[in-house]
Design a protein around this ligand. Structure first.
Ligand code: ACM
Length: 452
């Protein structure tokens, strides 16, 4: 095609060319118009996102592009703070714009149960609500005294799945079990081990976990059946992280048995378990995909055990961790996790690595605006990690970023300015508890001892 800009109003000629990589595309723009070929409809979609980025005055360009990883994900915790459906849809739009293709939706936790399940009304009449919310890090023991909650109906979730599918985003649901279950136990104490209290209002990990009776296994299977009815994803998240065993008559081996039962049930529906790396202890079920989060070591453990893995090490990809040491950062928790830390993260090189995902835990994100502040532009950096080549240049990225931030600004995204937080981004009512990397690495080493 002859070089030169595209005339205003030129048509976009699209086609699917199965000889291209499935999610790849070739985009040619010039005086004769715009030709966009995709290896599939997804490839055409990604070419269109590139066109959107080029803006209204499309220059003459020829782009051949395809992603490196098939799992380009982000986890959104809608349990700690409920996010209304329109805000979830907007978030889907934003991640699709960055060519991310997995939304891992963390639907349940100690502090709230967010998915309506037929036959179990109290999960949402009771489990979806808490009387108060902790403000900031738990070391301060501050509370707002305000009720909080909400849940998604089946129709809501179908809408999210369908909206995401049209943008080539797979929603991977997660119902965290057998720990992180205090909200469900508050709704149905028979699921627990004698706990008869409310949905948890503070952060941290509840020791009030599921019991291991046949009736409770059956409850879990019914919940997963409902999840499978709504979500077509091959992978179904069952969590498995941070499950205290103090209420059980045995130890960690009981969790391995629990996980195996859930995996075989999901297999009857043609689905595979997606679980946090704790499920490696005692041997994860065949076919399970591991979300490796406790530092960078568990990904290697999963690979050695022959499991496919999605890398999400907390010290690299937890977007609730603070973005700088500026005292104006909202609720600074975790280790320092800068834009450069995310951009320079590289998953281990193995065919078992499906990709990576950033995790957005929302204890300290009470609004869509706060989520956007923590997510962007670090999610832009992740998008390049999982789409682009292993060799990346942070200087080049930061040179290109201001033009992209202008696009996000035009979309009304409350991204974090490269110069630091704006005065109104601070959240003095919710103080944090910053950690050093050395302390966190020592803690992770201890936490993962059972994997070594
Ligand atoms: C996790 O951060 N508990 C997976």
């Amino acid at each position: 095609m002859t070089p030169g800009p595209v005339p205003p109003g030129a048509e976009v000629r699209t086609r699917v060319d199965p000889t291209l990589a499935a999610e790849g595309y070739v985009l040619s723009c010039g005086p004769a118009g715009i030709d966009l070929a995709g290896g599939s409809e997804a490839g055409v979609f990604y070419g269109r996102q590139t066109l959107r980025q080029l803006g209204p005055d499309v220059p003459g360009v020829h782009i051949e592009d395809a992603p490196r990883f098939t799992w380009r994900g982000v986890m959104l915790d809608v349990a700690r703070h409920f996010m209304p459906v329109p805000d979830v849809l907007r978030f889907v739009d934003l991640i699709a714009f960055h060519k991310l293709n997995v939304l891992h939706l963390h639907l349940t936790d100690d502090q709230g149960w967010r998915i309506e399940v037929p036959g179990w009304p109290r999960l949402t009449t009771v489990g979806a609500w808490r009387s108060s919310t902790m403000l900031g890090s738990r070391v301060h023991d501050l509370h707002d005294g305000e009720p909080h909650g909400g849940f998604y109906t089946t129709a809501d979730l179908r809408q999210i799945v369908e909206y995401a599918a049209r943008r080539h985003v797979t929603v991977v649901p997660e119902v965290d079990m057998p720990g992180h279950m205090q909200a469900a136990v508050a709704a149905y104490p028979a699921l627990g081990n004698g706990f008869d209290g409310p949905v948890r209002t503070g952060w941290g990990i509840s020791s009030h976990v599921l019991n291991l009776s046949e009736a409770t296994f059956d409850f879990c299977r019914r919940v997963l059946d409902h999840v499978c009815d709504i979500f077509p994803s091959e992978f179904i998240g069952i969590g498995g992280d941070e499950c205290p065993t103090v209420e059980w008559p045995g130890g960690r081996e009981l969790q391995a048995d629990f996980t195996a039962r859930m995996a075989s049930h999901l297999a009857t529906r043609g689905r595979r378990v997606y679980g946090w790396d704790e499920i490696l202890a005692g041997g994860a079920p065949d076919g399970a995909v591991i979300a490796a989060w406790r530092g960078v070591e568990p990904a290697d453990v999963a690979i050695r055990a022959g499991h496919q893995v999605v890398c999400c090490p907390d010290v690299k990809l937890y977007l609730d961790y603070r973005q700088s040491d500026d005292p104006g950062e909202p609720t600074p928790v975790g280790t320092l996790l800068t834009l450069e830390d995310v951009y320079t993260y590289e998953p281990p090189s193995s065919p078992l690595v499906l990709g990576a995902q950033a995790n957005i835990w929302t204890e300290h994100m009470e609004s869509r605006s706060r989520v956007e502040y923590m997510a962007f532009p670090r999610l832009c950096a992740l998008a390049e990690v999982v789409w682009g080549p292993a060799e990346r240049d942070f200087g080049d990225f930061t040179a290109r970023l201001p033009a992209h931030l202008a696009r996000l600004g035009a979309l009304g995204v409350n991204y974090r300015p490269l110069s630091g937080p704006r005065p109104a981004d601070a959240r003095p009512s919710a103080p944090g508890n910053p950690r050093t990397l050395a302390d966190r690495l020592a803690e992770l080493h201890e936490m993962t001892a059972d994997l070594r």
